[in-house]
Each structure stands twice: as structure tokens, then as C-alpha cells.
Design a protein. Sequence first.
Length: 427
Amino acid sequence: MHALLGLLSLGIEAVTLAFSARPLIGREIARSVLRVVVFGLCLGLLGSPAPVFDVRWAGPAALLCVWMIHGVWRVRRASARRPGRVVALPQGVVTVLATTLAFAPALLFPRFERPAPNGSHDVVSDQALVVVDGAAPRVLAVTFWYPQDDGRYPLVVFSHGGFGTRQSNGSLYLELASHGYVVAALDHPGHSLWTTNGAGGTTWIDAAYVQALLSEDAAADPYQSAQSYRDWLSTRTGDIGAVIDWVKGGAPGGAGVSGRVDPDRLAVIGHSLGGAAVLAMPRLRDDVDAVIALEAPALGDIVGAEGGAFVWVAEPLGVPVLNVYSDAAWGHLSEWPQYRRNAEWLADDAPDTEELHIVGAGHFALTDLALASPTLVALLEGRSQTSSARVVLRAVNAACVDFLDRRLGTLTADGDDAPHVTVQVDQ
């Protein structure tokens, strides 16, 4: 219904524009009446059992209201005018553009529902702010998902991708919490598309960071890339560590999650650049028990560049790792220089690393963006994914639960017996 209203409104303006040189009175009356009808349909939907209005429709609502008022006025005015021919092409073009912009958020981000969780726990979600002290204090907005039942559960900290937010993998947080995990998903100020500071302020993504991320080329300039990786990961690992310390310190100010975390079982998960950050955490802390990287290179293992190539840490990571890949990176692990460590893990068949390849999915299909905006994901990927977004997310989420259950000892006393596997999920 959202798309229908948007397309109907655009259609009205497009048809009117095509016939903008026709007699003025008939055209004005027809367009104005249609605008009033569309506004009436919206009012009817607002009163239906399933109301359709939310923040995405603020622009269209304002535009339709203006159209309705203007339409009534034009009908009354046009009835008193003589027939004539008026070329209103510029005005029509502006109207079509305004309509497109007003409806774009609603059409690009249709209403969606996350897959229902499969775990036995009812899930509660709340938010908290974590202040990171230092020369430049940072305020981290964190959303928690955890079982409603009393008890102590393993902690899982999630780091979003390069242009993401802490809501990027909500279906995964919900699934994990339903299986008995406390999930803390945080925004990285400056790296997050936007984040709030708790005082009504919003911090948008840093322009210099965006430019550096888009221009980074590991093959052309490994020296600059290595420096960028250090800068980006330093920010993110500091944030992740601060959240871990805050939760383990009793989560002051986070009444809901306080007392629910088992401090001896900790996992970190991230997507893309967030995955690279969590892969670096075991080298910085000895309390990380497992890592899940959703299509992410082990950038933290790069210590510099010499002779036009990256220099890598030689020591093993030392904790169980699950690497999840889409078609976007799977066939390039041995080609892309920043993925060299990932290619080694795959080739070595090490007992502490597992690989999952999601066939038919793209990079952003490993996040809820594939549900929130299939059109935007298709534009970003340059193609439409061949596997259903829900099928992909269910596969990813189930694999994460299974991995953590085994590796954190939720189901078994020792997860080392799990085989190194490469799994392809059918379409």
C-alpha cells in the first residue's frame, strides 16, 4: 500500500506534466480532484486497523496536505476562469521532483518485520550511554537485547559496518537473546551513519572518515592503507573495550542489563569494518572467548607495509573464529591483499576457525538492510541478490547461535571438537 500511494502520486504528476499544454481548466480540475482523492485515501488508511504512518511518511504527509489545500483552492478558482492554453512545464518538473523526494524514504525503506526468533527466551531491549574518558571523551549509545528471565548469560558485543549503525543486525541480536545471550550493540561516533548523545544531540558520520574509507586502496597504496587501518581500528577497539569494561563493572546506569552478564563468557561480533575490529580484540584483551566476523578482513593483524606489501603478525589469534562470507568476497580471499590472513585460515583448515559461505547473497545481505531496503541494497551491490533476504539472515543467525553455543560452552563443556567447515546455503 505504501508503494501504491507513492506510485499513484507520481503517476498523477507525470501524466499532468505530459499534458501540461492542454486546456488549463480541465487539467487543473482533474489534477486537483485527484490530489484531494489521494489525501482522502491516506486519511482512510490512518484510521484502518493497520495504520501505515511513521516517520518515513512525514514528507509525503506534509506534501499531500499542501496539495489538498491547494487543490481545493485551484478547483474553485479554475471554475471562474476562461479556457486557455498554458505551458506549465517548469512547474510540473518541480512538482514531480518534489513528489519523488518526498516519497523516496518511504519507497526505499518499506515497512518490514524481522524474522521471528527461534529461542525459548522472551526478549527485552533497552538502551544506555557509556562515557569513554580520555583526552577527547566519547559518549557511546548502546542498545541491549537480553532474556527477560533472571539469570547470568554470556555477553556478546556487536560492532557495525563502515557506514552502519547499532541497529544494523537487529534480527541477529533478537535471535541471540532468545537463545540466552546478552547482546550489546554500539554506535561508533564518527564512524556510525548517525548516533545520539543522550542530550538530544545527533553526531553524524565524519566527512574525513568517509572520504578516507571510500578512497582506500590496499593494492595501490598499502602504506596508506596500513595507517588508515590502525586509525580506524584504534577508535573502534577502544569503544568495544569501553563497553565490555562498563558491563563487567556492573553496568552503572543500565538497570535492565545489570546483574545479567556472566563475566567469564564473552564473544564479539562485527560486520565489515566492525568485523575487522572484533578480529583485533583477542590481541588486545585476554577475556575474549570467541569472535564472529561477518565478511571482514583481519586488518588488526597488519602491522605495517614493506616492499609494497603488508607485514603481518605471525602469532595465531588464539581464540575460535567464525568467518561468514557472501559472494562479494568469497571468490577474492586470495586476491585482495587485506584478506591474506583470511585466505590462510581457509587453507590451513585450523580447528579454531570455521567458514560459512552464503551463496546468492551480497555484502549488505548479511545485515538487516536487506530487509529494510531491498532496492537500496540492489543499488549498493550493483545487482539483486538471488537468495531471499530472510533465508540469508536465518542462515547467518542460526550459524552464529550454533557457533557460540559450542565455543562458549553453552551446550557442551568443550567446543574444540567442532570441525572446520565450509557451508554453502542453498537458495
